[in-house]
Write a protein that binds this ligand. Structure first.
Ligand code: UDP
Ligand code: GLC
Length: 385
């Protein structure tokens, strides 16, 4: 029997966003694997805690802040550093059976390194490849490299698969593996939770995503202006250099007269529990969400979800059966949806029960890990043949 694959997992960031939370689950039990990160950060310690050997690039610091939509020209001065990282990854890859890139930036460099080191490459693509997030040159390069170098491209939703194919990616490369989450619901009393957090007793909604313009927290603030008496918690921080947006949100609170109604709680490690403090979880992304772990977390936590009808959200919420869908970037529609949910909490019981059951059945961690484990094993077997 073949021993478990020695995988070199590559990520560009040392921060822990949703894609990295997935990575932490994928690497579990793979002690003979390693992780190559472009820069150090909380992710290093978390991966080391899973028993992986850590390799931190000597040349990657600050690269994660390089904008995803930057032109090829703007990247020119960085070429030397990028080439040096390719060499580092290729060197590391030689001691492994395959390379697994967990982000778009990691993929581009890992693709070149996989050619140099002659190792199979899997790309776990957590993004929707579209003009909203990537410049034309970047999209062309990603798809070209994927078509030439990747053995498989794993995506978390049909929406992410469709975008990859629409950008020119080969359909036969794509494997849709929905994200999976293991969540033991810790039943907490809403009133106790609010008291502990110093939150008021009245109607309260919440948004639980890192702060970034496309995550759309500003749309929720605009909606709140039309909902007097409704409070809101904003959970999450700017993880990837979006500090200006974070400041803009604070300013909006003052300008829209929302002071005293909006509570910025910063980054928290107890999101699913915190969700139980609110009457509705709002997911206001203005661009299509590739997946949206927080949608499933809310479903598992028994909290009504109101989400933008784009990307993976309509699938996860089963076209509205497991939550409320609203058009993107539309504060009026969002305000109306919030008002409707707040007005009929008792009538939502069936929907909430269905949503929790659906989340457990469709988005289980075991299912995701099994599917990805199989793809890794196949890639290893192919390489050994
Ligand atoms: N999250 C967190 N603390 C916060 C805000 C978010 O732990 O303060 C978690 C959240 O619970 C979710 C993940 O970060 O598991 C975000 O994943 P998602 O897929 O929703 O979005 P992403 O940020 O990856 O685009
Ligand atoms: C990305 C996406 C998010 C997805 C996560 C894990 O960060 O923005 O929608 O849930 O990756 O796949």
């Amino acid at each position: 029997m073949m021993s478990s694959a020695r995988v070199l997992f590559v990520d560009h960031t040392g921060q822990i966003g949703g894609a990295e939370l997935i990575l932490l689950d994928v690497v579990a039990g793979r002690q003979n694997s390693s992780a190559f990160l472009f820069e150090d950060g909380p992710l290093s310690a978390a991966l080391a805690g899973r028993g992986l050997k850590l390799i931190i690039s000597q040349h990657g610091r600050g690269l994660s802040r390089f904008r995803r939509d930057s032109s090829a020209l703007a990247a020119l001065p960085l070429l030397g550093r990028l080439a040096a990282i390719v060499v580092e990854i290729a060197k590391a890859a030689r001691g492994h059976d395959l390379v697994y890139a967990n982000s778009q930036k990691a993929f581009v460099l890992a693709a070149l390194a996989s050619v140099v080191a002659r190792r199979p490459l899997i790309w776990h693509l957590h993004d929707i490849i579209s003009p909203a997030h990537f410049g034309a040159a970047q999209r062309r390069m990603q798809v070209l490299l994927a078509n030439r170098c990747a053995l498989k491209v794993i995506v978390p939703s049909d929406a992410a698969a469709a975008a990859f194919i629409a950008a020119g990616g080969r359909r036969s490369l794509v494997e849709v593996v929905p994200n999976g989450l293991a969540l033991q619901r810790e039943q907490t009393l809403r009133c106790d939770l609010r008291q502990a957090l110093g939150l008021p007793e009245g109607p309260l909604v919440g948004v639980f995503s890192r702060l970034a313009p496309w995550k759309g927290q500003h749309v929720l603030l605009e909606a709140l202006a039309a909902l007097p008496g409704v409070g809101c918690i904003v959970v999450g921080d700017a993880l990837f250099g979006e500090q200006d947006y974070a400041a803009q949100l604070q300013q909006m609170v003052a300008e829209l007269g929302l002071a005293g109604r909006v509570y910025f709680l910063g980054h928290r490690s107890d999101v699913p529990k915190l969700m139980q403090a609110v009457d509705a979880m709002v997911h206001p992304s203005i661009d299509p969400e590739p997946f949206g772990r927080t949608l499933v977390e809310a479903m598992l936590s028994g909290v009504p979800v109101i989400a933008t009808d784009a990307g993976a959200a309509p699938d996860i919420l089963e076209r509205g059966r497991a939550g409320t869908l609203i058009p993107p970037a539309n504060p009026r529609a969002l305000a109306a949806a919030i008002a409707a949910v707040l007005a009929r909490p008792d009538q939502l019981a069936t929907q909430l029960e269905y949503a929790a059951q659906r989340a457990r059945a469709e988005y289980s961690l075991a299912r995701m890990c099994e599917a990805i484990g199989l793809l890794i094993a196949k890639a290893q077997a192919g390489a050994a043949a």
